[in-house]
Design a binder for this molecule. Structure first.
Ligand code: ADP
Length: 271
């Protein structure tokens, strides 16, 4: 699904950020990308998001060759991606519902589909009860879960998470990664999580790609964890925030109740 073939990137000022990077990530994989500051992790992500193009080498993602992708096709390509940032990037004066719905409005989705899918995405991240809250009424971990719902709501094939736990406390960090892990296993969404928290990554029996000096330095799950847990799927570990996705009737109920006694909010979400 994701193929980097001998990818190098030299920025205009002469800095070599990637240096002959080769990588293959299959559909449905969950990979951590770790490395010291300056190793090239952000450049790697920018390549996936098609914000930068390689100086040499090729990148093919889900059949799309990114070097030759026309500028007019980039927004359509990016719909494959759900992106989660370290600083959440929620709209402060919009409710949880509207923050998630926004991602669907921009691609021109119908209001009926928006209500249904927002309800579903929020149930996946365990935030159905916070639908009318504003970001500043939520903890850091909850805000990141809203951002995750926003990344999920358009049914992205790939979630790219750039230091998603960088601004939240360690306990919450584990829950965010557990949630990504659930999504990966239940939805078969490919997940690429960049982090400098190697110890957090090592708690999971997942592929860890270490980037050093712009190339792949190592590519292996943490050996101790492989030794202990080999063959035991991650989904056996409970997740405090994961709810069973809403049934159809519950979604109808959610939609009916969203905005009840609050016409202003309801009409804002129906715009
Ligand atoms: P990481 O995310 O691992 O910290 P980056 O990909 O941000 O690494 O950076 C890799 C190298 O490229 C660093 O030396 C950084 O200073 C440099 N770099 C990143 N972005 C640019 C840019 N736009 N212009 C010039 N140099 C850059």
């Amino acid at each position: 699904m994701i193929d980097f073939c001998d990818v190098s990137k030299t920025y205009q000022n002469g800095t070599k950020a990637l240096n002959g990077l080769n990588l293959h990530i299959d559909k449905g994989e969950f990979v951590f990308v770790v490395g010291a500051s300056g190793a090239g992790k952000s450049t790697f992500l920018k390549m996936i998001m098609r914000e930068e193009v390689p100086t040499s080498g090729s990148i093919v993602i889900d059949g799309v060759e990114l070097n030759s992708l026309k500028a007019s096709k980039i927004p359509y390509y990016r719909r494959k991606l759900g992106i989660v940032f370290q600083d959440f990037r929620l709209i402060p004066n919009r409710t949880v519902y509207d923050n998630v719905a926004f991602a669907m409005h921009v691609i021109g989705a119908k209001n009926k589909d928006i209500s249904r899918r927002v309800a579903y995405a929020l149930s996946l991240v365990g935030l159905s009860s916070k639908v009318k809250c504003y970001p500043n009424q939520l903890s850091g971990g909850e805000q990141q879960r809203v951002a995750l719902a926003r990344a999920l709501v358009n049914q992205a094939d790939i979630i790219v998470a750039d230091e998603p736990t960088g601004n939240i406390d360690p306990e919450m960090s584990k829950e965010i990664v557990d949630l990504l892990s659930h999504i990966n296993q239940n939805k078969n969404t490919t997940i690429i999580m960049v982090t400098h928290e190697v110890d957090l990554a090592k708690q999971y029996n997942k592929r860890i790609i270490t980037i050093k000096n712009g190339t792949v330095f190592s590519d292996t799950a943490h050996p101790e964890i492989v030794g202990v847990d080999f063959g035991i799927p991650e989904k056996t570990s409970p997740n405090a925030y994961y709810e069973a996705p809403l049934e159809d009737a519950e979604i109808e109920n959610f939609i009916d109740n969203y905005g009840k006694n609050d016409d202003e909010e309801a009409s804002a979400s129906e715009e």
